[in-house]
Design a protein around this ligand. Structure first.
Ligand code: NOJ
Length: 563
């Protein structure tokens, strides 16, 4: 299957914090247009832009109030058309983030739905009567949503609850209603007709819910709420919906789709979503490789307990590769806008260049289409925020509310600096001028305090920079695309807790040291040449490499049976 998206080098843009062109402190579409030459120069051939539709921004754009318009804070539809035109001129494809699981409560469908007791638009959402417990009105069941609250909200005027697995301003859509599905297909066609090249499908794993709406018995918290994503994730009906979506919309365009399959989709489900033969999407993001350092839910842990489990990381990548290769394709990524910075997760801020470039090498040579997240290519790291108000995210704010009764404020803030998605959302660091060149005015999200040392402009002039290494590695990926894209992947020393090494197509050898100290790695070689090294030298004797902290090597084996 020689599809263009297999050869693409993806880059994710969170428009709010990428580049502000009109100096209002909010990134926008014109800001993206301005930076297209930068992306081209980096070697990117595909961008995924997070939502910029009209929205009250309760969840920074994932709460859509009008699917067919650009939010004024991001620009206009004309800007969007221009963006597509210019990106295409630079041979960069553009995919949009399509949010089909929910709308904003300010969307006209929802507004109509709650305008009278039994309004027909209620069928677009999931409305239920509450339960009376001890004379008190309670939600229909004990489900807890993703943002630390009950998955239900009450509308007094109609005396009903609606399901919302994210924030209370994001009511879930009812995909079992055919008319609703048709409306959403029209939305997808609208953007494809405007020239976009496909979609990242937000929260796609949650389209179908357990319609029995029974209480869950697992993960019950101190408020009696049960966090049980199986009630609204990866349920069988989704595949029927996606089949219809594909047949009615996607099959009629040369577009690509990458679904976000949260809720713990496993490899078999991944295959169901995206297998070449009769899958519905081109690939799906899983989250299995995002938290291999134990940082998730780590409020009770000390910093030194957060350690990258290299074996676990390799095993997770391997499990997906073993299950999917020859049958389905994968997106590869270290982080997105919902995660902490990978340099802080798996790298080391004291070894920014070596560890950042090491992570780049792995990302760009594993199996799948790589997605670089804005700022990753310069080794941006977690934020240094000290006040709750700096965490501009409904998830972080709810997390604080949930924990404040049991923990000191500073403990919660420390956990947010470690795990919050605000880490990925601080303004892109373009240069050392005020506000990091993101804007000329203060933006709503504070810039990371390290921007004078860590920024694009500075790294553009340094040979040994994370940016230079990403550029070089992208070039190499393209040069060796037959091996990287089409070749096999063989992990080496899977159980070694220090190194992450693998072979591509028995020709390219990737060796990396995940530790802060020198590590020995045995791999006897005959004829070989180094294509990439993030240190000046390589120490190799009698078949043994002595790797420096976070050393990363890309080696071409010039003769077969080298090992
Ligand atoms: C997943 C998105 O990546 C996240 O940012 C958002 O909050 C939820 N879906 C809800 O749309």
């Amino acid at each position: 299957m020689n599809k263009w998206w297999k050869y693409a080098v993806g880059y994710q843009i969170y428009p709010r914090s990428f580049k502000d062109s009109n100096q209002d402190g909010i990134g926008d579409l014109r800001g993206i247009i301005e930076k297209i030459p930068y992306l081209y120069d980096l070697g990117v051939t595909l961008i995924w832009i997070c939502p910029f539709y009209r929205s009250p921004m309760d969840d920074n754009g994932y709460d859509v109030s009008d699917y067919r318009d650009v939010d004024p804070s991001f620009g206009t539809l004309e800007d969007f058309k221009e963006l597509i035109k210019i990106a295409h001129r630079y041979q960069i494809k553009v995919i949009l983030d399509l949010v089909l699981n929910h709308t904003s409560d300010e969307h006209q469908w929802f507004q109509k739905a709650i305008s009278s007791k039994d309004h027909p638009y209620q069928k677009y959402y999931i409305f239920k009567e509450g339960k009376m417990i001890d004379g008190k009105k309670c939600p229909p069941n004990n489900w807890k949503g993703f943002f630390s609250e009950s998955a239900w909200s009450y509308v007094e005027s109609i005396d009903k609850y609606y399901l919302r697995i994210f924030s209370k301003k994001m009511p879930d859509l009812n995909w079992s209603h055919p008319e609703l599905r048709q409306e959403l297909y029209q939305v997808a066609r609208f953007w494809l007709d405007l020239g976009c090249d496909g979609f990242r499908l937000d929260a796609i794993a949650h389209l179908a819910k357990d319609l029995s709406f029974k209480d869950s018995t697992i993960n019950i918290d101190h408020n009696g709420l049960a966090f049980d994503p199986s009630k609204f994730s990866n349920r069988p009906e989704i595949f029927e919906y996606l089949k219809e979506f594909k047949e009615e919309v996607l099959d009629h365009y040369d577009c690509m789709t990458v679904g976000e399959v949260g809720g713990g989709a496993n490899v078999l489900e991944g295959l169901k979503y995206a297998n070449y033969q009769n899958g519905y999407l081109n690939m799906v993001f899983n989250f299995d490789t995002c938290w291999s350092n134990g940082a998730y839910g780590s409020i009770d842990k000390k910093d030194d307990e957060i350690v990258t489990d290299v074996v676990n990381l390799k095993e997770n990548f391997k499990r997906w590769y073993d299950g999917l290769h020859k049958k389905a394709w994968l997106p590869i990524y270290w982080l997105n806008h919902d995660h902490p910075r990978v340099l802080s997760q798996y790298g080391n801020v004291n070894y920014r260049y070596p560890s950042g470039s090491m992570l780049g090498l792995i990302l760009l040579f594993l199996y799948g289409t790589p997605f670089i997240y804005q700022g990753e290519e310069i080794g941006m790291s977690n934020v240094d925020y000290t006040r709750l108000s700096q965490f501009k995210d409904v998830g972080a704010q709810n997390y604080f509310q949930e924990h404040k009764e049991f923990y000191e404020e500073e403990t919660i803030l420390h956990t947010l600096r470690r795990t919050s998605r605000c880490n990925a959302r601080s303004p892109m660091q373009w240069d050392a001028s005020a506000y990091a060149g993101f804007s000329e005015v203060r933006s709503e999200m504070d810039v990371n305090g390290n921007y004078k040392e860590v920024n694009v402009q500075r790294q553009q002039h340094e040979k040994d920079s994370v940016l230079a290494s990403y550029k070089q590695l992208i070039k190499l990926r393209k040069q060796y695309s037959k091996d990287v894209v089409d070749g096999s992947l063989t992990f080496i020393d899977l159980k070694d807790p220090n190194t992450f090494s693998f072979l591509k197509n028995n020709r390219l050898l990737i060796i990396t040291n995940f530790k802060e100290e020198a590590i020995k790695f045995t791999y006897p070689l005959n004829e070989w040449q180094i294509l990439f090294n993030n240190y000046k030298e390589v120490e190799y004797q009698d078949g043994i490499f002595t790797l420096k902290p976070y050393q990363a090597l890309l080696i071409e084996l010039l003769k077969e049976n080298n090992s």
